[in-house]
Design a protein around this ligand. Structure first.
Ligand SMILES: [Zn+2]
Length: 135
């Protein structure tokens, strides 16, 4: 298993995104500019969290997926099943936080917040993401 690969712990039940998770995701999804993805985000919930102690969460949305052809356009690797939105951010004491939204089978799947194995990222103090790329 790769370092930093999440090990999910299901929540007892889905929860709404926190205000800070939503702010971050709105920024990332805004860069993609895909209406289907925006509609998913509008109703997205969190269903699991990473066990390692980092702040990554698994997402779920009941809205329809992004069309396969569109996913292929967005994926620089010419994949029809996955693309990601990558960004960098920072928080007090954390100079390099890697923020990644994974979209799997056209659906929001995971928000990765990685500053090192087991390191919690304080979302309330997280700077607006920069260097946002879609691939
Ligand atoms: Zn983790």
């Amino acid at each position: 298993m790769d370092v930093g690969e999440p090990i999910w712990q299901e929540l007892d039940g889905p929860r709404d995104l926190t205000k800070d998770e939503r702010r971050l995701l709105e920024r990332m999804v805004g860069v993609v500019g895909e209406p289907a993805l925006q509609r998913q985000l509008d109703v997205a919930v969190v269903t699991a969290r990473c066990c390692c102690g980092c702040s990554s969460v698994r997402l779920h949305s009941t809205e329809p997926p992004v069309a396969e052809g569109r996913v292929r356009q967005l994926s620089r690797l010419d994949r029809s099943d996955h693309f990601s939105v990558d960004a960098r951010s920072r928080a007090p004491g954390l100079t390099d936080v890697h923020v990644v939204l994974h979209v799997v089978q056209g659906r929001v799947e995971e928000l990765e917040l990685f500053a090192g194995e087991g390191i919690a990222v304080p979302l309330a103090d997280l700077a607006d993401p920069t260097d946002v790329t879609v691939a």
